[in-house]
Design a protein around this ligand. Structure first.
Ligand code: GUN
Length: 280
């Protein structure tokens, strides 16, 4: 059966609309600042989706674009300004960044309360301590989509392919927090199929079209395709979807799977960050 992320994301955005209305009664408009460096085509598309959905929810959203050769100090100076701006509840830096920039130094300069991408050491550390406050949008979207379909994690063998801080590492923590047995594979893993074939839940976030073939998955596995690739002008994931779809119990399509869930989770995190400012 198909796991429709687009449909689920619309439900979530509908609920967010109500929370945003309540915030507006208190004169708070959730505000998201997005920092984009360079001309990465995929990043430009993701950022435009985030801006569009934020505006559709009548949130504030601002884009700060820098040229490829920008100096690190300039970005950190902007982040420090945004950290102090009361209208800004969430700050994200779209990844990847050009290689001359120190990604972690930039990400870690975001105030933890405004870290709606959940990539700072503070947010990642909290996740390890089982405090799920501002959790990275893509892994959070995977879990939310599965929870909406009443999928249970306890005792299941979850296999993740990809160990980035954007997806693989926080996803491993979310699954461990739900008592799954977790295996994390990556580009140095030998005999990948030895692991993927044993997965009850298989998550793939690599960026290689058709990396996962039908022979590499167990019958009735739940398969979450997090890859976004362009092949001959068409968007596809990391899974050989047509050959696997009938073997899987549940499977996400690309597009229309985890992509829209990611955007919804980022906006949810921004609303959470805005709501936290009331309770202070
Ligand atoms: N690049 C790919 N996915 C993401 C994401 O979720 N957040 C940011 N900031 N950059 C990304």
């Amino acid at each position: 059966m198909l796991l429709n992320g687009l449909k689920e994301s619309k439900k979530i955005l509908g609920k967010l609309k109500k929370r945003i209305k309540l915030l507006k009664r208190k004169k708070i408009i959730p505000g998201l600042a997005i920092i984009l460096v360079g001309k990465n085509e995929a990043s430009k598309i993701y950022v435009s989706k985030k801006l569009k959905e934020a505006k559709a929810l009548s949130m504030n959203a601002w884009l700060f674009s820098f040229p490829e050769k920008v100096r690190e100090k300039k970005i950190i100076k902007l982040i420090k300004k945004l950290n102090e701006d009361k209208k800004v509840h969430g700050i994200i830096v779209q990844l990847p960044l050009p290689s001359h920039l120190n990604k972690l130094r930039i990400l870690n300069s975001i105030k933890p309360e405004k870290d709606v991408d959940g990539f700072t050491f503070s947010s990642l550390g909290k996740l390890m301590q089982e405090k799920e406050e501002l959790v990275a949008a893509t892994p959070k979207g995977c879990i939310k989509l599965l929870e909406a379909k009443k999928v249970k994690f306890q005792g299941k063998h979850a296999v993740i392919v990809g160990h980035s801080i954007i997806v693989g590492k926080p996803l491993a923590m979310l699954l461990l927090n739900r008592n799954a047995t977790v295996t994390v594979c990556h580009k140095f893993t030998k005999n990948l199929s030895n692991f993927t074939r044993k997965a009850d839940l298989l998550f793939v976030a690599v960026g290689k079209p058709k990396l996962i073939k039908a022979s590499m998955v167990k019958k009735n596995a739940i398969i979450i395709d997090i890859g976004i690739n362009k092949v001959k002008g068409k968007i596809c994931g990391d899974i050989d979807f047509e050959k696997i779809k009938n073997k899987a119990k549940l499977i996400t399509p690309v597009p229309g799977g985890i992509g829209p869930m990611t955007v919804a989770m980022l906006l949810e995190n921004t609303v959470i960050a805005a709501e936290k400012t009331i309770k202070k």
